[in-house]
Design a protein around this ligand. Structure first.
Ligand code: 2BA
Length: 108
């Protein structure tokens, strides 16, 4: 068994969740925040048999999009002068997925 931790753009999270359910995959969804943009995203925990990992990845890939977002402009103050740099454009996603082995799974 594998545990997939999938970090999904909040604009795609609803669609990804519906598609996972439709495909028969169970998941737990958590609100999360990216460290760089400090914007909300959604983290899915998905436990699946080894042979189903690629199917889950396909569902995520087909329902999440890559998009441009902007990091807040840093403002520097030095010698009474304010320097404002232009916002940094970053390409976010589609999705970031970690696949980890599960030593044991119990349902009680
Ligand atoms: P954030 O940390 O808010 O990052 C948003 C996007 O900003 C990233 O998109 C990347 O394009 C850019 N970025 C991140 N750190 C950067 C840096 N130090 N310098 C320049 N640009 C930077 P993605 O790579 O698609 O990541 C989307 C979200 O997935 C991230 O949101 C974070 O929540 C998560 N993530 C990405 N890589 C991760 C990792 N190695 N470990 C844990 N979480 C990760």
């Amino acid at each position: 068994m594998k545990l997939l931790t999938a970090i999904i753009n909040k604009n795609d999270a609803g669609q990804v969740g519906k598609a996972l359910t439709k495909a028969g995959f169970a998941y737990t969804k958590m609100a999360s925040v990216g460290g760089f943009l400090t914007a909300g995203n959604t983290t899915f925990l998905i436990g699946v048999d080894d042979g189903k990992v690629d199917d889950v990845l396909d569902v995520i890939k087909n329902n999440s999009a890559s998009r441009k977002e902007y990091a807040p402009s840093p403002v520097f103050a030095e010698h009474g002068m304010m320097t404002i740099t232009p916002p940094l454009e970053v390409q976010v996603g589609g999705a970031i997925v970690f696949v980890q082995p599960v030593e044991r799974f119990e349902k009680m």
